[in-house]
Design a protein around this ligand. Structure first.
Ligand code: NA7
Length: 535
């Protein structure tokens, strides 16, 4: 209405990680005004926060990088096959500088709340400092693994020594020399940091609730000729990434694990193990993700590897996971299993002796108190929804996103949610996101959302809102795909199972990034079918 002032900016973007940086660039290119709020003191998101020793990405650098600028692609010099956190952060900073992004980013500022004003057709966004901005569009570029979680046990404040969470690591680092370290959690963060901490600490005691499947990374410096070859062929490679299942091109398997001889199967697993690539391991056979008996062959084979690598058979047995391979995110490591052969490293199996509490002196299990000087929490995240419901988002009629999603997130394409006009999510629940190379998924979402915003402007439309019907159908489709996989068999963060009280629902879309992209493109081509567009 005429009495309502126009929004102060076209778009507010929450987060300056890989998603927020590219969104800012893209929307600016379209002539939109953008304000980005970032809780950290610098860009980088995940790679700003997760500075624990040994932190690395588990996708190769030449694939885990932006494709939107061929110049950037050609100029940037990656050094390692699997870059470390400092190298990835350096890349994010380079991108911010190269595209002059910092001037529209407000650092050290967390968004506390966002309320839809239907008269204004705008979001009122409030920061933790009490500042407010109105924006036509609100884009949550908050990441899937950004709301860190601690164990839900008593006594967290009782401990007299130092404590660290892997996702909030001090910038100056931590010196473990001569210290007795207790580390809780054996997901990727634990698996990557354990070998590094073990080399420094006097004693390292690892508290494991669920073992991980981990593959040796076989990390190494990149060879000049492989960099040159990729750079010569980047456009074709990027296209292959976009069409692939996980954002990483692989030769698709053609055979079931059950139709080859045991000797042939072992040789195929061995080759994947030697390749140091998770996607190679997961695409050895057609049916690892869908057939229990097929998956059991991979599980038994990896158990054999763990028993080869770990000297003490009882420790090896404790390190062998029971859930199907790939139904929790597998890890990529550097000397993980071998670390348990060190005299200063001890494994506590929390399945046998559960955690009871943190005490003044250390960690108490049902068996005994383990004294420590330092506790490291590698206990993960409230994944996929935690960062979204962490902001008090109120849509049409004051409806709360947190409340609406209490029984599990509901979205259309993982991009929008009914009742929340002009709210877009980058890699939200219901999109392939965490089951893929995140950069590929991020670019696809950013480009799609930017395309929709351009469409709204061109058509003189004020709002886009997911219809309840499109959302219901998408949620049913995501569930249907998950039902045909083994994913629901594991207590994973994909299922929300790591957060007590969180409703169990398989959150990512398991149909692959290629199929998903096709669907999104069709939706756009049909005039954003499934969204109600209004003037
Ligand atoms: P993850 O993969 O969620 O791992 C967290 C670990 O902490 C996992 O082993 C958990 O056991 C364990 N955990 C969590 N809460 C507790 C409590 N209360 N008691 C004991 N143990 C607990 O997070 P990461 O940071 O390692 O990795 C996240 C992703 O980042 C990774 O998958 C890659 O995609 C990159 P659980 O398995 O829940 O039994």
């Amino acid at each position: 209405s005429a009495s309502v002032p126009p929004p102060t900016t076209d778009a507010v973007v929450v987060g300056a990680g890989f998603s927020g940086l590219y969104l800012l660039h893209r929307l600016r290119q379209q002539g939109r005004s953008v304000v980005v709020f970032e809780a950290g003191a610098d860009v980088g998101g995940t790679w700003y926060w997760n500075r624990y020793p040994g932190a690395r990405v588990d996708v190769e650098s030449l694939a885990y990088s932006y494709s939107f600028s061929p110049e950037l692609e050609q100029e940037y010099q990656w050094r390692e096959r699997y870059p470390t956190q400092p190298e990835i952060l350096r890349y994010a900073r380079h991108v911010a500088d190269r595209f002059d992004l910092r001037r529209d980013i407000v650092f050290r500022t967390r968004v506390a709340a966002a309320t839809w004003d239907d008269d204004a057709g705008a979001w009122l966004v409030r920061t933790e400092h009490g500042d407010a901005v109105t924006a036509r569009y609100l884009v949550m570029a908050t990441g899937c693994l950004s709301a860190a979680k601690l164990p839900e046990i008593p006594g967290l404040d009782a401990f007299q020594g130092a404590t660290y969470h892997t996702a909030h690591w001090p910038h100056e680092g931590v010196d473990f020399t001569g210290r007795r370290v207790a580390l809780i959690g054996t997901g990727s963060s634990g698996v990557q940091s354990i070998p590094v901490i073990a080399e420094q600490a006097a004693e390292l005691t690892v508290f494991q609730r669920t073992p991980a499947y981990s593959l040796p990374a076989r990390n190494r410096p990149l060879r000049p000729e492989e960099i040159a070859a990729r750079k010569a062929d980047y456009r074709a490679y990027r296209q292959a990434q976009r069409e692939s299942a996980a954002g990483i091109p692989v030769t698709p398997p053609t055979r079931s694990a059950l139709e080859v001889s045991a000797a042939e199967r072992d040789a195929i697993f061995e080759a994947a193990w030697e390749s140091g690539s998770l996607v190679n391991l997961l695409s050895t056979f057609t049916d690892l993700a869908t057939d229990q008996a097929a998956n059991d062959t991979a599980k038994r084979w990896i158990h054999g590897k763990i028993h080869e690598l770990v000297a003490d058979p009882r420790v090896a047995a404790d390190l062998c996971p029971e859930y199907p391979v790939g139904t929790k995110r597998p890890c990529l490591d550097t000397g993980y299993y071998e670390t348990y052969n060190r005299e200063n490293v001890h494994l506590v199996n929390l399945r046998r002796t559960p955690l009871v509490e943190i005490t003044e002196r250390g960690v108490r299990t049902t068996e005994r108190e383990h004294a420590a000087d330092v506790i490291v929490y590698a206990t993960g995240f409230d994944a996929m929804t935690g960062a979204l419901t962490g902001v008090d988002i109120r849509g049409r009629d004051g409806v709360s996103l947190r409340e609406t999603w209490r029984a599990g997130p509901r979205t259309y394409l993982g991009i929008g949610s009914a009742g929340f006009p002009n709210l877009f999510m980058i890699t939200g629940p219901g999109s392939p996101s965490v089951l893929s190379n995140m950069v590929v998924s991020i670019e696809q979402h950013v480009e799609w959302v930017a395309g929709m915003i351009a469409h709204l402007r061109e058509q003189g439309l004020r709002t886009a809102e997911v219809t309840a019907q499109a959302q219901d159908e998408w949620v049913a489709h995501v569930n249907e795909i998950a039902r045909h996989t083994l994913y629901p068999k594991a207590n994973s963060w994909y299922m929300g199972a790591n957060v007590p009280g969180k409703t169990r629902v398989f959150m990512p879309y398991a149909g692959g990034v290629g199929a998903y992209r096709k669907k999104c493109d069709e939706v756009a081509a049909r005039g954003y079918e499934g969204f109600a567009l209004t003037v």
